[in-house]
Design a protein around this ligand. Structure first.
Ligand code: GAR
Length: 185
């Protein structure tokens, strides 16, 4: 099958990246991960890129310089899709415009509820009955692009920030890949 050349952006552990790499090794999964970008030089997820021999780029604190460098690499690797997989830096409007192709983000709440950071804390504080994750296209407004899919679970009284995170991330691993298939097929 013809696979879409994809770049995955991370900032941390990379557990979603791991699932994406494993799935992309499957002949029928429609992406090939050609590049990993991290804005944190110690991001644990970079180990996965090394393990699977995927080229990677580490960004520094100068956002504009970093984004320019990234755009050059995206061209070099002929990237047609960016996946934000726990990427904790907001992309500039200029970057989104200049890339000009699809960027997809995974967010740990049921958007449009709880955009931004500390979602689990706010979900508990707000006494929500359910939560989950959302996969959506990225536009120029934070966590506001067109929704591709959501997955949810019900919260119980024993739940904590840690348990919500665990349950949400289990949903994320399938949600991200399902959303990719939905968008590409
Ligand atoms: C994921 O749970 C993702 O939803 C979240 O970061 C985590 C990354 O985990 N993203 C955001 O909060 C984006 N605003 P991972 O590095 O283990 O995949």
């Amino acid at each position: 099958m013809v696979k879409i050349n994809t770049c995955v952006f991370i900032s941390g552990k990379g557990s979603n990246l791991k699932r994406l790499i494993l799935n992309s090794n499957n002949y029928n999964f429609p992406i090939k991960i050609k590049l990993v970008v991290s804005n944190k030089k110690n991001a644990e997820g970079l180990r996965l890129a090394k393990k699977w021999s995927i080229p990677y780029l580490i960004l520094n604190k100068n956002q504009s310089l970093s984004e320019n460098k990234t755009l050059v690499k995206l061209k070099t690797y002929n990237i047609n899709l960016i996946l934000l997989s726990g990427y904790m830096r907001i992309l500039s409007k200029k970057f989104i415009r200049l890339f000009g192709k699809s960027i997809i983000n995974i967010h740990p709440s049921l958007l449009p509820k709880f955009k931004g950071l500390n979602t689990y804390e706010r979900v508990l504080k707000n006494k929500e009955t359910k939560t989950g994750c959302t996969v959506h296209f990225v536009n120029e407004k934070l966590d506001s692009g067109k929704i591709i899919l959501k997955k949810f679970f019900y919260i119980n009284e024993k739940d904590s920030v840690a348990s919500l995170k665990k349950k949400t991330q289990i949903l994320e691993y399938n949600a991200f890949s399902e959303a990719i298939i939905k968008v590409i097929k």
